[in-house]
Design a protein around this ligand. Structure first.
Ligand code: SF4
Length: 258
């Protein structure tokens, strides 16, 4: 299946299932994915081993490109509902992430004061106080937690650092009122390996993690675009409805993207 890479540093606007008219910010290179995870379902494909220098857009490049795009959207009378950090990998890996968040909020306030600033993150850098402080400033900090079971995260999300699910849950729980926990539900079976994070083996520890984190919001979804693996299958509407009902026993605000 074909996967996609996003332009950098600005892409869109795109109509997002979850977020409305979303203007994207990609802090990673335009020509490859750079992520601390390598999820089996990643729409950007898998991390590539290469000796090419990693060139991320600089703080001033991001600021100039965002300002130009917001000016263009103002002239067209179509402002974004949300400015979303997403793109070709994990945005908090950018060394100037905190400063770029400051610039983004200042530009949002000038050009599109009603727009939210959202960050999609895999939570891998929540141990860094500066990253947490930057994330506390945005409207929506949307943190991935695909299972409450470490073995499933290792198989499905394939973190490329020493992953500790308990530490991750503790760090996600340190985030504030702008937190949404986001979980991708999928099923995959290939060469004797299986992932099914909708089974009770996974769902019960996931519910326990939600109890520990007590987030204001939970967002559950399934694959919508191409993934690098053919053998990945979506959760059905009924499965997502049932999972949301169980999550709502713990967190009132649970949204589903089918
Ligand atoms: S965390 Fe996001 S960008 Fe990184 S591999 Fe997973 S889906 Fe792709």
């Amino acid at each position: 299946m074909s996967t996609i890479l996003f332009p950098a540093p600005i892409f869109g606007p795109v109509h997002s299932r979850r977020l409305g008219i979303s203007l994207g910010i990609n802090l990673l290179p335009a020509d490859r994915k750079i992520c601390s995870f390598d999820c089996l379902y990643c729409e950007c494909g898998f991390n590539q081993k290469t000796s090419n220098k990693i060139v991320m857009p600089t703080r001033s490049e991001v600021s100039a490109a965002l300002e130009a795009k917001l000016q263009e959207m103002t002239a067209e009378g179509q402002l974004p509902d949300v400015i979303t950090y997403a793109g070709n990998g994990e945005p908090t890996l950018h060394p100037e992430f905190a400063e770029i968040i400051d610039d983004t909020i200042a530009l949002r306030n000038t050009y599109a004061p009603k727009a939210k600033v959202a960050v999609l993150t895999n939570a891998s850098r929540f141990g860094d106080e500066k990253v947490r402080a930057a994330l506390s400033l945005v409207d929506d900090c949307i943190a991935k937690l695909d299972s409450g079971l470490e073995s499933t995260v290792l198989k499905l999300d394939r973190p490329n650092y020493k992953y500790d699910i308990n530490k991750t849950i503790e760090q996600i729980a340190m985030m504030g009122d702008n937190l949404a926990v986001q979980t991708m539900f999928v099923r995959w079976q290939e060469n004797g390996q299986t992932v099914d994070n909708m089974s009770d083996t996974d769902v019960l520890p996931w519910l326990e993690a939600l109890r520990r984190i007590n987030p204001p919001r939970v967002m559950i979804y399934t694959i919508d675009r191409d993934t690098p693996l053919h053998s990945m299958s979506k959760a059905t509407h009924e499965e997502l409805d049932a999972l949301a009902a169980r999550a709502r026993e713990i967190v009132k605000n649970v949204s589903i993207s089918y």
